[in-house]
Design a protein around this ligand. Structure first.
Ligand code: COA
Length: 298
């Protein structure tokens, strides 16, 4: 990730602006592939540091739709092409150009971006943010929406909104107050200071930070661990973690009973198979890993 280009760009002659390349097609703003149970989905505007434009937001929702219920997808990883994860909302296309078109356009653009982040928060499959570079402002929305987050040590996170004159909106303030201490949330919201990957891990904005050359391997390893589990249970568990945070203890107790019983409706054999393999077959120990799903009669 380079910081040199910023000063180079500032010094560029004014007529270089007229030579700007045409915007990539909407369908190309997100790329994806599925391999070994993992859907690798990428923000794909590296030339704009993967800033989230209305086009990208619409395309991301379509891609999420397409992948959500595929039987060959157990885990979705959200990554960025090039040296950014995402530079946040596109200041030109998301803010300036939509605002110029009035309230309707602004609300539509908000609905499109918030819409796919919400979709991701409650996604059917488990999700991992693989943060490989810049993550600014609006990027905190999808970061939080992913169930788990692993970044590279050289990733850079920042609530840059304050630097250009707005509060950290689009959920970003909510994200930092959910994940960070009040002092840290306040510090980063007010200073706009960046934090590196290791700081983000220490403050619990992400689960882990690893050297850049180990990032994909670590995410793959984590995804494989998840894929081995019962997918119906994973969905129930991830929703439960998000839901019970806002509940009283008694309400959470009740919710968890009902959530498990609802999960049993879609998969009533998994947990029975798990008990059988431990108690009767003695082929695995739940404390040490997942039961063998291939033996369950669904
Ligand atoms: N919105 C719109 N365009 C953006 C963008 C954003 N958030 N982030 C980067 N870009 C564009 C730049 O305008 C530039 O376009 P150009 O080539 O047509 O001039 C291109 O992406 C490359 O950006 P550049 O600034 O030259 O890259 P860099 O590697 O030197 O710096 C950043 C990377 C992320 C530090 C810098 O682009 C930046 O500060 N972006 C804005 C981050 C931000 O405040 N996001 C919060 C929005 S809520």
């Amino acid at each position: 990730m380079s910081t040199k280009k910023t000063s180079a760009r500032a010094a560029a002659p004014a007529d270089s602006v007229s030579a700007a390349k045409p915007e990539r097609a909407e369908k190309d703003t997100v790329s994806w592939r599925v391999k070994d149970g993992i859907a690798w989905v990428s923000f794909n505007r590296p030339e704009k540091r993967n800033a989230m434009s209305p086009r990208l937001n619409r395309r991301m929702m379509e891609v999420l739709d397409e992948l959500e219920h595929r039987s060959d997808v157990g885990v979705l990883v959200l990554k960025g092409e090039g040296d950014a994860w995402t530079a946040g909302m596109d200041l030109k296309e998301y803010f300036r150009e939509t605002e110029a078109r009035g309230l309707g356009a602004t609300r539509t653009a908000q609905r499109e971006s918030y819409g796919w982040w919400r979709r991701l928060r409650w996604y059917q499959k488990t999700t991992i943010a693989m943060v490989n570079g810049w993550c600014f402002g609006g990027g905190f929305g999808p970061l939080y929406a992913c169930d788990l987050a692993i970044c590279s040590d050289d990733a850079k996170f920042g609530l840059s909104e304050i630097n250009w004159g707005i509060l950290p909106g689009g959920g970003a303030t909510k994200v930092i107050t959910e994940l960070l201490s009040m002092r840290d949330a306040m510090y980063y919201a007010l200073t706009g200071e960046m934090m590196d990957g290791q700081t983000a891990a220490r403050l619990r904005l992400v689960n882990e930070s690893v050297p850049a050359d180990r990032l994909e391997a670590r995410v793959t390893e984590l995804a494989k661990t998840l894929i081995e589990k019962n997918w119906t249970t994973l969905k129930a568990a991830k929703d439960a973690v998000r839901r019970v945070r806002e509940m009283t203890y008694d309400n959470a107790e009740d919710y968890l009973v009902r959530a498990q019983e609802a999960a049993n409706y879609f998969d009533d054999t998994g947990r029975k198979e798990g008990i059988k393999q431990f108690i009767d077959d003695k082929t695995f120990k739940p404390g040490l890993g997942a039961y063998d799903k291939s033996k369950a009669k669904v």
